[in-house]
Design a protein. Structure first.
Length: 68
């Protein structure tokens, strides 16, 4: 019985660590990447100057991405 409990805890810890790693990778992939001026205009976006933060690409779907 004790061995089964230890194996269960080890499996739970490994599963939790795996889920945390997948969540971190997914969060990194979901963050908005930078876009170039040419790419911005090619997808129908507009280049907008923001005070003290440089230029961003305002995309047609309402999102904004930093311009590299």
């Amino acid at each position: 019985m004790r061995m089964r409990r230890i194996l269960g805890l080890a499996l739970a810890a490994a599963t939790l660590a795996g889920v945390s790693a997948v969540g971190a990778v997914s969060a990194g992939a979901a963050s908005s990447p930078n876009i170039s001026r040419d790419d911005c205009t090619a997808v129908g976006g507009q280049i907008v100057a923001r005070p003290y933060s440089g230029y961003v690409c305002a995309l047609p779907d309402g999102t904004a991405q930093a311009i590299t």
